[in-house]
Design a protein around this ligand. Structure first.
Ligand code: SF4
Length: 100
């Protein structure tokens, strides 16, 4: 849970520290609630907070996210927050044309 909180804080910094939108807060709460009892498989994996990845890492991270039980909520959160770095719900942010 701490890892996810750190990622949310990092996401907030990556979007410029501006005030989060209502939609973003709603997505954040939904994701937080879903993760209350079980941490996501990305917890503690620092590759998810990088800005660049090798092709092998991208494949590995996609595989991890593919099996994540909160992937849909994570994607909704990332799409609402629009982080400028990190790997969220199966794609790197900001998404390149290849990953949109
Ligand atoms: S979808 Fe991926 S980035 Fe999102 S919580 Fe799950 S493992 Fe972590």
């Amino acid at each position: 849970m701490r890892g996810l909180r750190r990622r949310h804080q990092r996401a907030s910094r990556m979007i410029g520290g501006g005030r989060p939108s209502t939609r973003s807060l709603r997505q954040s709460r939904a994701l937080h609630d879903a993760l209350h009892d079980s941490p996501p498989p990305c917890t503690g994996d620092t590759r998810f907070t990088h800005d660049e990845w090798s092709p092998t890492e991208l494949t590995e991270l996609a595989t991890i996210c593919h099996s994540c039980p909160v992937r849909t909520l994570c994607r909704a959160f990332a799409d609402a927050e629009r982080p400028t770095a990190g790997y969220w719900a199966g794609k790197p942010y900001p998404p390149s044309k290849e990953h949109q």
